[in-house]
Design a protein. Structure first.
Length: 135
C-alpha cells in the first residue's frame, strides 16, 4: 500500500467449492478488516482485466499478480501498453491451499503464523465454511 498512490483490489468470485470455500461476503469482510478504507474493493465474477480496469474509480497502471497469473494478465494487457504487470513474490512458501489446510485441521497456531492478525477472530467461521465445502 505504501508503494502506490491508490490500490484497487478485485475479488473474483464465481463459485464456492473446496478450493474457494468462502462466500464473497466473508471475503469482503476479511479484506475490510485488513485494509479498512485504504483500498478500493471491486467484486466481480470474471478475471477479465479490460472489464476490471473500467470498473475502477482510479487510473490503474500496475497490476500485481502471483506467479501463476502473470502470463495470463500480460496476454490480456497486450493492447494496454500503459498498464504494467508486476509479479508478487511468494513469501515463506505460504499459499492459500496451505492456509485452508490449517483451517480444516483446526490448526489455529499455524493459521495465525501465516495470516494477518485482523482476521484471526474469523477462524471458527472460516473453518465452518471450509469443512462444509470439503464434505
Amino acid at each position: 500500500l505504501d508503494k502506490y498512490d491508490t490500490v484497487t483490489v478485485n475479488l473474483v468470485k464465481s463459485r464456492v467449492d473446496a478450493c474457494n470455500p468462502f462466500p464473497v461476503e466473508l471475503q469482503v469482510r476479511m479484506l475490510e478488516m485488513c485494509f479498512g478504507d485504504k483500498i478500493e474493493l471491486l467484486v466481480g465474477t470474471t478475471g477479465n482485466l479490460a472489464t476490471i480496469l473500467q470498473k475502477s474509480q482510479h487510473m490503474i497502471n500496475v497490476v500485481l499478480a502471483g506467479t501463476d497469473r502473470v502470463d495470463g494478465y500480460e496476454d490480456q494487457l497486450k493492447r494496454s501498453p500503459d498498464v504494467q504487470v508486476v509479479e508478487i513474490p511468494r513469501i515463506n512458501e505460504v499459499s492459500g491451499t496451505l492456509v485452508r489446510q490449517f483451517i480444516v485441521d483446526g490448526n489455529l497456531e499455524a493459521f495465525q503464523r501465516f495470516t494477518p492478525s485482523a482476521i484471526w477472530p474469523l477462524f471458527d467461521e472460516l473453518r465452518k465454511h471450509t469443512l462444509a465445502a470439503n464434505s
